[in-house]
Design a protein around this ligand. Structure first.
Ligand SMILES: C[S@@+](CC[C@H](N)C(=O)[O-])C[C@H]1O[C@@H](n2cnc3c(N)ncnc32)[C@H](O)[C@@H]1O
Length: 420
């Protein structure tokens, strides 16, 4: 038995408590592991801010060591929650691998970038249209590892709303438990429930993690005339069949408050990623930690010379694989920042940490491998959803794609809809 196994049951505890009359569960990290996570996050913060968050604002990040710790705790916390909620069999190793890959997206700044932009856009909408009008209730579908949930909470909290509730639904218990662990790292209050969300929890200051099918949850709350200021789904409902996706979008739009807003983010089905690893290794080893500035200049230079409609070549190099556009190289500030940071772990006197660099690269390779294996089909692309919303009560909603389709091919896009 390893040291880790001996401490297993102290790593996370399932706590039962009450909100009003409602009995709820939450996941609490053990003191020892919490202290370790805080120390590791603090150590990583400076270097992360330097390379990936130059304005130094409070933002979401997970150190590679913390990623490994949380991935190790998931089966323990799952066992505890499953004993209460009875999801069926214990966590299967492939499910663990899948949710770890979803969590591991936290280590890939380019994958996280649309999620972070959307969280910031939601916060701007809340500040402009909803702050000062009572509690802001936000509805999320398909929680996954809770990365979008945590980011949205952190950003919206800066928007000046009196109270914020995020209600988030996932039909996989391994996702619910992972999201609970992620929220715990950032001290974001959460409760876990099974079945319909009781009225009292629409006033809960924090995140309500609901273990339920997304479609059932929406139908239930539509029947109870619930309303939300914001609804969002990040890499969630776009995987649903079009009929289900459309029914959910149609219902949710009808449940928005005045000036309420919807964000649905999904991968683009005609773009894939086929990274050139030798290029990345060259960048990390010989990029001399100067790529961030260089790429900004490259982008500005190309933007001046390239025609509109060819925008994708500004941020990606692409090739064609099996009839689909495949991104081979990213020229984004996020990827440049990542190469610079990994370079710093290898060569910069003050930031040198070979173990962090190796762990980071190993974790990313694992995440990419599992994500490729998963290969889940995007059945309801953003283009489809935009067309669907366009056909609904024209003049009542303002709908757009971010970035617009005229900007060319992208790995991911977002549908934004606002009640006029
Ligand atoms: C790619 S993940 C979402 C990632 C998430 N946005 C994050 O930030 O970590 C998709 C999630 O949708 C969930 N899901 C799939 N079908 C569902 C359904 N019918 N109802 C609720 N959740 C569902 C999966 O269990 C998975 O956790």
């Amino acid at each position: 038995m390893t040291e880790m196994d001996k401490h297993m049951d102290t790593q996370s505890t399932l706590v039962e408590s009450r909100v009003g009359d409602v009995s709820v569960l939450s996941v609490t990290l053990g003191d020892e592991v919490r202290t370790r996570i805080t120390t590791l996050q603090d150590q990583f913060r400076d270097v992360f801010n330097k390379y990936l968050n130059p304005d130094g604002s409070e933002t979401f990040f997970i150190s590679p060591h913390v990623f490994q710790i949380i991935a190790g705790i998931i089966p323990i916390a799952f066992k505890q929650l499953n004993a209460k909620m009875g999801a069926g069999d214990s966590l299967q190793s492939w499910e663990h691998e899948n949710i770890s890959a979803i969590l591991g997206k936290a280590l890939i700044p380019d994958s996280l970038s649309p999620t972070l932009s959307n969280a910031r856009a939601i916060a701007r909408d809340v500040a402009e249209f909803h702050a000062g009008r009572g509690r802001v209730v936000i509805r999320e579908l398909c929680t996954g590892a809770g990365l979008a949930t945590a980011m949205t909470w952190m950003e919206v909290r800066k928007a000046g709303a009196e109270g914020v509730t995020i209600i988030s639904t996932d039909n996989a218990l391994e996702s619910v438990v992972t999201a609970a662990l992620v929220l715990s790292i950032f001290n974001i209050p959460h409760v876990i429930i099974q079945g319909e969300v009781p009225d009292a929890l629409f006033d809960f200051d924090g995140v309500v993690l609901q273990y339920m099918d997304a479609g059932d949850a929406v139908r239930n709350e539509q029947g109870r005339s619930k309303q939300y200021s914001v609804v969002f789904s990040d890499h969630g409902i776009s995987y649903f069949p079009q009929k289900v996706n459309d029914e959910i979008i149609g219902s949710l739009l009808g449940m928005l408050t005045e000036r309420g807003v919807m964000y649905v983010c999904g991968l683009e089905p005609d773009v894939t990623v086929a990274l050139q690893y030798p290029f990345m290794i060259r960048e990390i080893l010989f990029g001399r930690g100067l790529r961030r500035d260089a790429y900004t200049q490259i982008r500005q230079g190309r933007e001046r010379t390239r025609a509109k409609g060819d925008e994708q070549s500004v941020i990606y190099d692409t090739t064609v694989v099996g009839g689909r556009t495949a991104v081979t190289r990213f020229y984004t500030p996020e990827s440049a920042g990542l190469y610079d940071m990994l370079h710093a772990f290898l060569f910069n006197k003050d930031e040198r940490s070979l173990s962090t660099c190796v762990l980071y690269i190993r974790s990313i390779i694992g995440v990419v491998r599992t994500t490729k294996k998963l290969g889940v089909e995007i059945r309801s692309p953003i283009e489809h959803s935009l067309r669907f919303v366009g056909g609904l009560m024209e003049g009542k909603y303002d709908a757009s794609a971010i970035p617009p389709f005229e900007d060319g091919k992208r790995v991911a896009r977002t549908l934004r809809v606002q009640m006029i």
